[in-house]
Design a protein around this ligand. Sequence first.
Ligand code: ICE
Length: 542
Amino acid sequence: MGTKKKADLEKFRDEVVEKYPKKVGRKRAKAIINNDPDTIPQIQANIRTIPGIITQRGCTYAGCKGVVLGPTRDIINITHGPIGCGYYSWLTRRNQTKPETEAEANFISYCFSTDMQDSNIVFGGEDKLKQAIREAVELFNPKAIGVFSTCPVGLIGDDVHNVAKQMMAEYDNKINIFGFSCEGYRGVSQSAGHHIANNQLYKHLIGNDDTVNGAAKYRINLLGEYNIGGDSFVLEEIFKKCGIELVATFSGNSTISHFEQAHTADLSMVMCHRSINYVAEMLETSFGIPWIKVNFIGADATAKALRKVAAYFEDEELKAKVEEVIAEEMAAVDMAREAVLPKTNGKTSMLFVGGSRAHHYQELFSELGIKTIAAGYEFGHRDDYEGRRVLPSIQVDADTRNIEEITVTKDEKRFKERITKEKIEELEKAIDLEYNEYGGLMADMEKGALIIDDLSHYEMDKLIELYHPDIFCAGIKEKYVVQKMGVPLKQLHNYDSGGPYAGFKGAINFYNDIAMMVSTSIWKELKAPWEREEVIEAAYVY
Ligand code: ICE
């Protein structure tokens, strides 16, 4: 990036903010930050999107049903609501699963919904939900059923938890049936859905089965890895090679038993902190399982994560094994990287996605010599940016710094201790000491790089117009708009049709896919609207 571009980056905020109505502009200005990794500036995050702004965000139902429970294969996940909610949250994220035997239950290829109609909205949908559960039991005889609330369910007051209880009684408590109050409009984004999902996993599944499977010396959980495009398969293979037993992944390629036995592990690795930190904390608080943050996106990051796990267990044999695996895998990685570097080196990228990938994928880009000049989350919290560790039982409101308590109930006795303001201050101090360990996106980005939370469509247009990155990473809602401006867009939610991208083998796939995208000459043929026609501008009237 030349110095001129850097100076421009600093001006970006003023230029876009000026176009908004004053109040809106003032609010958006707090979410557009010039990075400084040495001082870590404050950013506004996890607050409601201003109505009228085109946001990238999804809903609470998406975060709960689609994200966290979506990849589970032997729970029947029933959407209580309109058919569209079920349909669009069904496999569009390309989460995969692989039963170990043919006899094993696998419901991932089915989409279950109560398909609510007008009459259910008027007269209530609980009977229809009961009927759907009966049908599911008759046809599939599952071990567990999850019921997910959509917006209308909350509006008309159907009680999914009560229905779940009644239906469990109908089947003599032999089937584990539980509901989720994950109506789409709750919270400010899909982030609320993650939290709701985590609490219910904990309440209804985790800790139910003390069986200790496998003879491996070290047993770990992998939290926040969802097997998009087969990522979990790659990671499972790496752990196997290292001689580490993977007890449970939340929730890529997972089963009910994995969740029920997760508390038998020695350590939890947390990959997507945003979506699953609540489970990590609950496992630590209730069962004494510590957790560490890892990133398996990027070959160097994968090596670093494996070394971190080996260092945690302080075992020379494991350390040696891990080094052996890294050396073996890195040979192919280096070869693939060298081959594409001439095509990728010196290019620029922008990443606006989710609550962790806008950070993690920068590792892969930097391995390709591609610099990320602007990035941000859709629904990350301040700790995801600033790198502070916030405990799940407390939530600090990003705007007001007010502390809200969230009730976590599994074994009430364990959580009886009331968290006081003093205790939180004490915790926050401790968090500061661990700053680097829990580093967020800002610590890893260059000084002056743009960091924007909950990017609006208008701001995205402006970013492309002003800086024309060589590649833009976001989702399906942005893909074709951006490509029509002559910039290739890589979907980082579902990887388009690519992947896996995790681990060493995944890194090789990513190198090749990105090299192809940034080196094709087709993008030069496409002209953005402002390059080919007069711009007609509208002005707000106050
Ligand atoms: Fe975590 Mo899309 Fe996954 Fe992240 Fe999360 Fe979502 Fe996936 Fe994205 C996800 S769990 S579905 S790593 S909600 S790609 S935060 S937005 S960046």
